[in-house]
Write a protein that binds this ligand. Structure first.
Ligand code: B4P
Length: 207
């Protein structure tokens, strides 16, 4: 009887320990830097869950819900959606996938407020962000890649005017998020000016 209880307790402690080892990665970078491209590759290589706030918001817009109409008003102008809105959406997604092997956050956090909210949200759930990977690409290349993507996909926010606005919003509101991760020794950078394969090799080395 005693041995059985002891075994159950050890099993419980092991399971809790394993759950705590879930990897959580932030993929960071300017619009068009390749966050979506590399998140998909990491998800496939390591069997991690890929949560893209851009994809989640676009699905909401496509559903034509009231929330979608509200979101569309921001995205189509190249602005960020309000922090409170996206933080609540992300918390719900994390709760739905709390037992995942690993999570890649693609496009979140995009403001310092979101970064602080994310740390608090994960801490309450006994988790943390292990690493931020900052994907670097020259501004001119970013612009060209997004214009090209727009011409293929027809994405409403990939027009030259909106791209310029998104890059400006990135410099003003999103770039300061790097300091939050540098301060806590979780910041790493990767270069995506060359091929996707070259950049992915760097990212695998970091993970
Ligand atoms: P996102 O969907 O996150 O879009 P993104 O930043 O434009 O793209 P990403 O960096 O993923 O680039 P990709 O891999 O596709 O956001 C869209 C909008 O949603 C935001 O503007 C905002 O309004 C809203 N939003 C999202 N998250 C939010 C948040 N947390 N808070 C508030 N608002 C939020 O790559 C781009 C192109 O480059 C692709 O065509 C790809 O094929 C190509 N490419 C990538 N790497 C390459 C390489 N090495 N060589 C050649 N081409 C390459």
């Amino acid at each position: 009887m005693y041995l059985c209880t002891l075994k159950n307790n050890i099993f419980f402690v092991l399971i809790c320990g394993l759950k705590k080892t879930m990897k959580a990665i932030v993929l960071f970078g300017a619009p068009g830097s390749g966050k979506g491209t590399h998140s998909a590759l990491i998800a496939q290589e390591y069997n991690f869950l890929h949560l893209s706030t851009g994809d989640i918001l676009r699905a909401e817009v496509a559903s034509k819900s009231d929330l979608g109409k509200l979101v569309d008003g921001y995205i189509s102008k190249g602005a960020l959606v309000p922090d409170e809105l996206i933080i609540n959406i992300l918390a719900k997604k994390i709760d739905e996938n709390i037992d995942a092997n690993g999570i890649i956050l693609d496009g979140f956090p995009r403001t310092v407020t979101q970064a602080e909210a994310l740390d608090e949200m994960l801490e309450r759930r006994g988790k943390k962000i292990d690493v931020m990977v900052d994907i670097n690409v020259a501004e001119k290349t970013l612009f060209d890649r997004l214009v090209l993507r727009g011409s293929i996909s027809g994405r409403a926010d990939d027009t030259p005017e909106t791209i310029k606005k998104r890059l400006a919003v990135y410099r003003e509101q999103t770039e300061p998020v790097k300091a939050h991760y540098k301060r806590t020794n979780r910041y790493f950078s990767a270069d995506n000016n060359g091929s996707v394969e070259q950049c992915f090799e760097q990212i695998k080395g970091l993970i």
